[in-house]
Design a protein around this ligand. Structure first.
Ligand code: MN
Length: 723
């Protein structure tokens, strides 16, 4: 009785185990997994077989044979039992009524997450022209997977589907084959999983170009007889030479892969004969030193071709592949391609990132898959220290440590955005105009707020409107530099327009003192001043004044200095006032010390960079500012200002339960909103409460205060002003 049978004897297996390829899987698992882990896999098999029962594949086999075959491919890579379990369950959520929660309950979070990851990848629609988008799609998938085992699972899934593609209609076969060549084979290549890559390529090529495949296959076969003799002759010769030098080595002839032959023909524009006439050999030894010694023996046996030696041990390929490659002239002048590498290098060449599961067999040391992926990556980085493949590494890094999201435009193009991006970032990434005029967004067809954080694979549609403007509030959630810059630029432009208007009014106002008007100035007066100030236009002068960088009275005096008739010295005070309209938000602000509102008597202080700051006449800060009269101007409120102004009031009330609440109710009943409340002081039976509220004007404020004053428990109400 063989060992597998002994094991099978211990587990009461159902009939299905033997029918669906499960027995083969079991035998593979036995070689590297402990019995209790295999028991979990077996439980998954029973769970899956039940869930899929009654489902039949196109090939006529029961559905469960597919997940078992996928698990079997992963068992060849010696992946952990969680991956194997997830492989068996990978279609359960997608194709049966089983909920993911059920998997969590039965097999734990880790397995469920792997299953969920695969289901999510399956939902990506390959709707765009694959060729141009292939790279982005690969990245999107790698970014979505998060756990690299999800990708390995997906690759195994695709490999088995490709192996059984024969039962599909021809057009579907071609589509799947193209996708395999564009997306999955390069992905396997990037992760260094050569075995899977080669098979995906051959199957993809065969189904996409059946005719070309046949031609190459036939061409290779026709030489097979001679080829086999040649392979045997060289293999034997090399074995003999190595044996004579007491070198332990495994020498094998390499079979040719049809897709690689095709690509070589295409890339080098050579005939099938040229490619087919090359014979490949692989020599596997124990350690790296031995590789170089073997190389010497090979070169002494067959003359090496000049310039065809490559040392990928010292300088590995970008995906971590290591080996020595050389070409030599064989019997009958036939070119020989020889690869020499260690056992570890050989394993790595076949399994790539998956080899990290192969080596970490110590069960006591549970290593997170991301940690393993990181180890793999940092290994690559060490190798690549002085090669110029940064771009490759950069892209792998993005893939394994996703800090990007990949989303679709409605046309199926893919945009890559930083994690945390919103529809507004998306809109600006499409085009600045789209961002500037964006008013709403749909994410996967559903109307969503513009601040929604996007996730991988979503399709985003932006609605724009003519005349729409960026909203300053967007600054609070956009993450891309492009969106930030565009919104900031727009605000700056707004501010500059406001500043120009305000500056012109301030200058006009200052000129009144000299009984002058801007439109009565001679053009050269203005030109001369602009020249001396190094400014380009009147508008830039107005902007400087509006922003408070230049003082209007000084500019006025400089403008008029050569005009004796209207010379300064006329001390008659300015009887007009600058009016505040309540709409110059970008250049007029209201002081936080005294909170002026329309109806208060006020003064304006020109503050460099901040423009005009309005204070109440009673404000204590005025005394200080009056020392610089040039910076102060009389201002008045324009009638009918429609805006809300912040004021602070202080209320002294008897300390009773609910006092604060009833004052607040009065305030809001009087049509005012409360921004902030603070208990300033409590002395046992009375409290001082400070409210920051919003009112339309002084009248409104009086009404609010009167309401509060009328309350029986209120002792004092007063407006707060800085002293
Ligand atoms: Mn599947």
């Amino acid at each position: 009785m063989d060992t597998a049978a002994t094991f099978l004897g211990r587990l009461p297996l159902g009939r299905g185990w033997n029918l669906d390829g499960a027995r083969g899987l079991l035998n593979k698992l036995r070689t590297y997994l402990p019995a209790e882990q295999i028991a979990t896999v077996r439980r998954a098999y029973e769970f899956g077989a039940k869930a899929h029962s009654g489902q039949i594949r196109k090939s006529g086999e029961p559905y469960i044979s597919h997940p078992v075959a996928v698990a079997s491919i992963l068992a060849d890579l010696q992946l952990d039992y969680q991956s194997i379990t997830a492989a068996i369950l990978h279609d359960v959520v997608e194709d049966t009524p089983t909920a993911i929660e059920h998997i969590v309950l039965e097999f734990g979070e880790e397995v469920a997450e792997l299953v969920d990851g695969v289901s999510k990848l399956d939902q990506i629609q390959f709707k765009s022209k694959a060729e141009a988008q292939a790279e982005s799609l690969r990245k999107m998938m790698l970014a979505m997977a998060r756990d690299v085992r999800v990708i390995l699972l997906k690759l195994a899934d695709r490999l088995h589907n490709m192996r059984t593609l024969g039962s599909m209609p021809a057009d579907k076969r071609r589509r799947i084959a193209r996708e395999t060549l564009d997306i999955y084979a390069p992905m396997a290549n990037r992760l260094g999983i050569n075995d899977i890559r080669l098979e995906l390529e051959d199957l993809g090529f065969r189904n996409l170009y059946p005719h070309r495949y046949q031609v190459i296959e036939k061409g290779l076969k026709s030489q097979l007889g001679g080829q086999k003799r040649m392979l045997k002759r060289v293999t034997n010769k090399l074995r003999k030479v190595l044996l004579e030098h007491h070198v332990q080595a495994e020498v094998t002839g390499r079979e040719k892969h049809i897709y690689s032959v095709y690509q070589k023909m295409k890339r080098k524009e050579v005939s099938l004969e040229d490619v087919a006439d090359v014979f490949g050999f692989r020599i596997v030894v124990d350690d790296a030193d031995m590789c170089y010694r073997v190389l010497g023996h090979v070169h002494r046996t067959y003359r090496p071709m000049l310039g065809r030696f490559k040392d990928y041990i010292a300088i590995p390929r970008v995906n971590g592949y290591q080996s020595l490659h050389t070409m030599a002239v064989g019997p009958n002048a036939i070119p020989l391609e020889v690869q020499i590498r260690t056992r570890d290098m050989d394993n790595f060449a076949n399994s790539g990132i998956a080899a990290h599961w192969l080596y970490k067999t110590d069960q006591s040391e549970e290593v997170a898959p991301q940690v393993r992926a990181r180890a793999w990556l940092s290994g690559l980085e060490d190798y690549q220290a002085d090669s110029n493949s940064e771009e490759f590494l950069e892209s792998v890094k993005i893939d394994l440590f996703p800090d990007k999201v990949y989303v679709f435009t409605p046309r199926g193009d893919i945009l890559r955005l930083p994690r945390g991006s919103t529809p507004v970032d998306f809109a600006y990434a499409v085009h600045t105009d789209v961002g500037n005029r964006c008013v709403s967004a749909r994410v996967d067809r559903r109307r969503m707020p513009l601040r929604t954080v996007l996730t991988n694979g979503q399709t985003v549609t932006i609605k724009t409107e003519r005349g729409a403007h960026p909203n300053p509030g967007w600054m609070n959630f956009v993450v891309t530099a492009k969106a930030r810059a565009a919104i900031r630029g727009y605000l700056k432009q707004l501010r500059s327009e406001d500043a120009v208007k305000m500056g012109r009014r301030l200058l006009e106002y200052a000129l009144v003192e000299f009984k002058a008007k801007i439109r009565h100035l001679k053009p050269e007066q203005m030109t001369e001043l602009l020249g001396s100030m190094g400014l380009e236009s009147r508008d830039s002068l107005y902007e400087q004044i509006g922003l408070g960088h230049q003082l209007a009275p000084i500019v006025a005096r400089r403008l008029l200095s050569r005009n004796d008739e209207l010379a300064a010295g006329d001390s008659e005070s300015n009887s007009t006032e600058l009016s505040i309209t309540g709409t110059q938000d970008m250049v007029v602000s209201y002081a936080k010390c005294c909170y002026p509102v329309p109806g208060d008597s006020v003064m304006g202080h020109l503050s460099s960079g901040r423009g005009l700051v309005i204070h109440r006449q009673q404000c204590g800060n005025l005394a200080e500012f009056r020392k610089q009269p040039d910076k102060w101007i009389d201002v008045s409120w324009e009638a009918g200002i429609e805006s809300q102004f912040m004021v602070a009031i202080q209320v002294e009330a008897l300390d009773k339960v609910g006092a604060l609440a009833s004052v607040a109710t009065r305030i809001s009943n009087a049509g005012s909103n409360i921004d902030h409340v603070e208990v300033v002081d409590t002395d046992g039976d009375a409290s001082s409460l400070r409210f920051s509220i919003r009112v339309k004007d002084a009248d409104h404020l009086r009404r609010v205060m009167k309401q509060i004053d009328g309350m029986p428990d209120v002792l004092v109400v007063e407006r707060v002003i800085a002293s």
